[in-house]
Write a protein that binds this ligand. Sequence first.
Ligand code: SF4
Length: 384
Amino acid sequence: METLEKKTTKNIDQITNHFSENEEDIKIIKQVEKIYPVKYTSFLTKLFLESEAIRKQFLPSPLELKTNGTPTPFEEGKKASKTYGLERLYRDRVLITPHFDCPAYCRFCYKKSRVMRNKTAMSFEEINAAVGEVGKMSKVRGVLITGGEPLLDQDKLFYLLDKLIELENIKEIRIGTRTLLTMPEIYTENLCFKLSSYNQINSSDPEKSTYLAINVHFNHPDELVPEVIEACNKLTSRGITLRNQTVLLKGINDDVETISRLFQLLIRNNIIPYYMNHCMPVEGSDHLRTSVQKGLDIYKFLCTESSTAIPHYVYAPSGGKVHVGPDTKFEYVTDEHIRYIKVKTLYKADEFRKIAKKELPPRHEVTEDGYIQGLYIDGNDNNN
Ligand code: SF4
């Protein structure tokens, strides 16, 4: 099957020339593109005309060349299992990546080392092998089907879903996607109906219920245009829960007014604000990263608002997610002019080694009581 991306992706020349008249910038942007490729969809092109906040998320910036970030800031994405496309970092859930590419590249994508590098999609044989392994992991009850964009190859996605739904231990299936923003037109009645068929509530024996939810990704109120909301509504009206994962982005949504408007709009349109993620220290994204403290200042304000619109605020050192609460105090360490946050995670080192089948990531160590302690590259709040 031809993947959907070929029909939708545009060429950078069509758009950089449109939004930048500075020849020097255009020259640098061409260099950036060679390091961090650029892709966006026809639908996004329309949104670019109206919204700087959306342009900044998908169009390259000369600032991408100045970076302290790393290619793989989170452990996810490395070879963590003997089966290609299957990864396990946590006790109760695994990640499966049937399709590694995306139809549009977010400039801050923490998986850019694989999403932008044409990594091959999983084959049907690899999907069979992954499902076979997951079936033997008795403590695993959830699968996150992630990407890249799993919706780009729907034959593989539904093949995988059909296999997963048969596993006794798997009760929670989530699909992570940004296609509701990048390609809302793919959400036909037929697709939404098929997805909802995996949501199987068993009222006579709730232990046997299995559900499918979708993790969506909206960062700014400008993204919630009628076509997008219509596609979301086709899913929620069929009983599929949509949970939003926002990335905090400097100059895009790092102010109380924008972010609280985003969360209120999401709630109003039946989408749960689920996570507000601090932008990861991936290479090429420094100019979009605030300090973690800035996110905390915003989060404290959110905590004074209606609790329905408060997501979890997290940042993610390579060893695992860390939740930030209103009373969190950060410990800072500076090394070679880079400021790190030193943090003890909730994860035991022994368990990490056992389930992820690898050693701790760089700049991580074990505390006296056996937990993983790591260093996380902080962002800054300077004007770029
Ligand atoms: S949609 Fe997600 S995986 Fe794809 S480029 Fe954006 S952040 Fe990365």
